[in-house]
Design a protein around this ligand. Structure first.
Ligand SMILES: Nc1ncnc2c1ncn2[C@@H]1O[C@H](COP(=O)(O)OP(=O)(O)OP(=O)(O)O)[C@@H](O)[C@H]1O
Ligand SMILES: [Mg+2]
Length: 212
């Protein structure tokens, strides 16, 4: 065998191989599109591929607009619920249209997808997720609350640490979603706090970001 001068197991090489996976799914979605019954599923597959491509940085990043990112995240989680035949969530947003976030759209989409997914995964019936953004003098506050069972008391204080999870899925690695959320918020000098709602059932996550 020829001796390799250099090896390449870089992130770019991984993205190269992932693109082949995306291509296969896109081709399959194209086939499904021609049948009226499968057209919506085909669109779901295409949106998921695009999300995967955004995650690996295949598209140029746009200036992050909070309302637009939240819409994309809602679509991703709605697709997840539809494809997995899980109860649908109702999303209620109070977001001023002009609010911008620091940094990269793809980072913030990960934050909202993880928060919405957690709420959707923990509820076994249709639920409601509220997203409220308020701009103060010094910071922007975004709260995401749901009407699920709330965060179990025994993990509430360490919920942002890696591998803290109540998911019972054996050897599959869980407990990373909120760690990703906290890491991205920290990257932009913000903070995120987890709590349970006081007057009703459910969890509430509050993100505060300095206004620049
Ligand atoms: N909205 C919520 N309501 C109730 N509990 C929650 C909510 N969000 C998170 N939790 C609790 O926090 C735990 C940790 O969440 P996290 O997203 O970090 O991991 P996970 O969802 O268990 O696994 P992963 O995100 O890696 O698939 C969850 O297992 C769940 O017990
Ligand atoms: Mg999670």
């Amino acid at each position: 065998m020829e001796e390799l001068a250099e090896t390449d197991l870089s992130y770019e090489a991984l993205v190269h191989d992932l693109n082949n996976v995306f291509e296969t799914i896109t081709e399959a979605a194209e086939l499904l599109k021609s049948d009226r019954r499968w057209k919506p599923l085909s669109a779901t597959l295409c949106r998921s591929v695009n999300r995967g491509k955004r995650l690996v940085g295949a598209f140029p990043d746009s200036t992050p607009n909070l309302a637009a990112i939240v819409e994309d995240a809602i679509q991703s989680v709605t697709d997840y619920c539809t494809a997995g035949r899980k109860p649908r969530m109702r999303f209620v947003r109070q977001i001023p249209p002009e609010v911008r976030l620091p940094g990269s759209t793809k980072d913030w989409e990960r934050v909202f997808v993880n928060l919405f997914l957690n709420a959707a995964q923990i509820m076994h019936k249709p639920g409601r997720i509220d997203i409220v953004a308020e701009r103060g003098q010094e910071d922007l506050s975004i709260t995401i609350s749901d009407n699920g069972p709330g965060i179990p008391a025994e993990i509430l204080s360490r919920v942002f640490r890696p591998n803290v999870s109540t998911k019972a899925n054996g050897s599959k690695r869980s407990g990373l979603g909120l760690h990703i959320v906290a890491s991205i918020v920290k990257k932009y000098s913000g903070r995120v706090v987890a709590a349970n709602r006081e007057k009703a059932n459910g969890a509430v996550f509050t993100i505060s970001l300095p206004v620049t």
